[in-house]
Design a protein around this ligand. Structure first.
Ligand code: PEP
Ligand code: MG
Length: 327
């Protein structure tokens, strides 16, 4: 199969009935970047900036951050890179940032919450990103957004830094696109307001599922207990697609779901046209896409979504079998 996947690399990522699907990569370190061209990806859909912080014994300086980001942008060449601002806290702790004891770290002081409380941290990172993307496009998204006001504050920080660099005669990106992740269920009821403000959205289904199902993603007793192909998450994801389409905002999903061919198939069926995944998932997901009649799937799946049932998994597997979709 490895050989088969390698041969798929240069084929366009297009379904059997001619619909183009954007396949993006999740990355976090320089070593991941060799994979961008290898895997035939359309870009980096999620660059997890916290990894540099996690492998470092002290806070990475602005210079070090800038160098990493620049190398990432260089390695991607013409392809877009979506950086995610620091997603620290929860299951990703840093020894040199004291968070104090937390009873429920997943629900605690983390990600954009920490960044807005410690703006110097975020400002440094933003400055490093603006420098690194000078003369090019910068795409940046914020993790764990819970209310729209957090996006406003983060966007103001970016704008202030941009103005600051301009005033001091630095070259800055020719375009700055700002987005957020959809990882906290509260955002599902603020989609209209959010869509009016952001340049793009990306669903973090790992966290969104954890919070929807109240099931700790790191606890093996409960992590796999509830099905990501059940009506509840699929309906929630469908409302995200509808809101993004209505507002004309580009949408991606970058959780692990995107890398499982059966789940990726379901995502396309409910309307996603861009998904971001680990490099190793690209081959299997592409094989699924090339063998899929997406219109047929969509015509069947969307009405099914409204029907009461525990999970759509078996029916999705049956659809794939009956229509020769490679899973
Ligand atoms: C997610 O939550 O789905 C996600 C992509 O972010 P992370 O796995 O880094 O929390
Ligand atoms: Mg997450």
């Amino acid at each position: 199969r490895q050989e088969q996947y390698r041969q798929l690399r240069d084929r366009p990522s297009r379904t059997k009935d001619g619909q183009d699907i954007k396949l993006l990569l999740n990355a976090g370190l320089l070593v991941d970047l060799a994979q961008v061209s290898d895997a035939g990806a359309a870009g980096i859909g999620l660059f997890r900036t916290e990894l540099q912080f996690m492998v470092s014994a002290t806070f990475p300086r602005m210079r070090d951050q800038r160098e990493l980001y620049r190398s990432v942008i260089d390695a991607a060449g013409e392809l877009p890179v979506t950086f995610r601002s620091l997603d620290i806290g929860g299951d990703k702790m840093l020894p040199y940032i004291a968070t104090g004891h937390e009873e429920n770290p997943a629900l605690g002081w983390r990600a954009i919450r920490m960044a807005l409380d410690r703006p110097a941290l975020l400002r440094t990172q933003i400055r490093a990103l603006l420098h690194a993307a000078a003369g090019r496009q910068l795409r940046l998204m914020f993790p764990m957004l819970t209310e729209v006001a957090e996006f406003d504050r983060a966007r103001d920080l970016v704008e202030n830094e941009r103005q600051h660099l301009l005033r001091h005669g630095h070259e800055i990106p020719h375009e700055v696109l700002l987005g957020t992740m959809i990882e906290v269920p509260s955002v599902l009821w603020q989609l209209d307001e959010l869509v009016a403000k952001v340049d793009f959205l990306s669903v973090g289904s790992n966290d969104l599922l954890q919070f929807m199902y109240a099931a700790d993603r790191t606890n093996s007793r409960v992590a796999g207990r509830f099905d990501e192909l059940a009506p509840a998450p699929l309906r929630a994801l469908r409302t995200v697609v509808e809101a993004a389409d209505l507002g004309g905002v580009p949408l991606t999903l970058c959780g692990e779901m995107a890398g499982r061919p059966i789940s990726a198939m379901a995502l396309l069926g409910i309307g996603f046209r861009a998904i971001s995944m680990a490099p190793s998932a690209m081959g299997p997901v592409k094989a699924m896409i090339l063998s899929l009649d997406l219109q047929k799937l969509q015509d069947w799946l969307l009405p099914e979504l409204a029907m009461p049932r525990q999970s759509l998994r078996e029916d999705l597997v049956a659809f794939a079998r009956d229509h020769d979709v490679q899973l």
